[in-house]
Design a binder for this molecule. Sequence first.
Ligand code: PNS
Length: 161
Amino acid sequence: MSIAIYPGSFDPITNGHLDIIERGSKIFDELIVAVLQNPSKKYLFTMEERIEMIKDAVKHLPNVEVDYFNGLLVDFARKRNAKIVIKGLRAVSDFEYELQMALMNKKLYKDLETVFIMTSTKYSFLSSSIVREVASFGGCVKDLVPPVVEEKLRQKFALKN
Ligand code: PNS
């Protein structure tokens, strides 16, 4: 059985992430969305909020599970018996850092393969940080994030329609 991990901060999950999750869930038997808790990083949303939003956004996908980790991704992958990591690639600019991470993860866990899925062009400009920035100034993020995230952002900031 193929178990894949899709790791990230998901602060918050966007439709770009969701697109990768939906496509990844068709390729692998089981997909674990793994939310990183990095103690040295300041997040807009708590771990509980990030997990809750992802769970709501993926509830239509029966083979997708949401979990969290701290520390090394390879340790989490071993713990969950997963040998595949999936990552979305938006542009060439993503590639250099992703290649570095994929090679380091392979060095730490030789059976781990990183599989890249090309982001849909309609989401190629999208990132959690740009969504946070637009929402923080009251801009509309509809169509860019799942409805549950739009609502949560609305609660954090005063969004225009
Ligand atoms: O959504 P992000 O913040 O771009 O995701 C980055 C993430 C979580 C995939 C990456 O930072 C990660 O895997 N962190 C865990 C720590 C780790 O294993 N570092 C070594 C990787 S080379």
